[in-house]
Design a protein around this ligand. Sequence first.
Ligand SMILES: [Zn+2]
Length: 421
Amino acid sequence: MWSCKFRIYPAKEQEVFLAKQFGGVRFIYNYLLSRSNEIYEKEKKTIHINDLKKEIPQLKSAKKWLKEINSQSLQEAALNLGKSRDRFFKKQNGRPRFKRKNSKQSCTIPQHFSIKKSKMDNKFLYIPKLKSGIKIKMHRELVGESKRIVITKTYTGKYFASITYDVKREDIPKPKTMGEARGKIGIDLGITSFVTTSNGEKILYPRFMKTSLKKMARASKSLARKKKGSNNREKSKLKLAKIHEKIANKRSSFVHETSFALINENQVIYAEDLHVKGMMRNHCLARSIADTAMGEFIRQIKYKAEWRGRTFVQIGRFEPSSKMCNTCKTVNKELKLQHRTWRCKLCGSMHDRDINAAINILKIGQNVSRTRASLGKGRPEVKPVERSTKVFSSNKKKQVGSMKQEPISNLRIGMHGNLLP
Ligand SMILES: [Zn+2]
């Protein structure tokens, strides 16, 4: 699966049409959510989403305006509720919440859409129940068979269409600048330097993060001074949302560039597991922006590795990666967060904190791979234990010497990459 997001430019009457679609989808979602809650209160059991879906036809005959909405999009609203309830039961998410009119809007169209070219070579998106085509700006060619499309409207009034395709990895278009990957690299992610590599390279956060932070602080102060429910407050809210959007866009392109460069140059990338979710609860603004960038970075590296046939290995979060001397493996227990450089007391090596951590991550990662390779020969009994290392790769068969081998996630790896009993 491969998906692409394109900006679309609906005309005024098409905006009205889309608003109705969003409204219908939101109505069904909220109605079924309240029904699901009600049933749970009464009978203390969760109703299956398929049984809940059966209420849609009744609703449609009671509320005539729902007939103007693409019925498959309404079905999708029910399925989305099902998914979000499942994630809640698996503790991956909070409880499903009611959708609000003035937040981000979306509707899914699983079938019967198409993109056509006009005589002027402009492209138009055709969706069910709408006769005219919506202008779409496509920055890349389509490949494979398109499976579904999700139309969204942001709080700031922009429209997008995300198209998902069914496509083989080989058929995913390669960027022109894509080269042959060679190296293996360890990376350390941080607050001061965004990415530090085991080669000693540092990629710093771009300047816009700082300047945008100031703007954001000013805008939120001004919002706090506005009276609730007033027009001025709405204006301030929109202004703040636009700043947020700008930061998110700039951050996204910065993260895309960085992850692409790393994937482009390296066959294997090792990184620490961040437990990003825990980090996100930080209230400091600069810190939370950095955390978001790191989480986004890991997500992009994962899928880009999968697309491009690279291997990405996440190592369980071991504190000593920054405290351990990469030359003699002595752990410096006195190292504090503010110490950016330090000298090893045993062997005398001078270390940059982040580069040392990145080298350790590379070494630990390589030991993990070696342990796995040697396991392939002898295949000793390994009991599955708590997951400590995750491997993301599209080529699992190639890397694992023997098919019968234990997956790496079932092994417990020590600090030095050795296998624990
Ligand atoms: Zn040392």
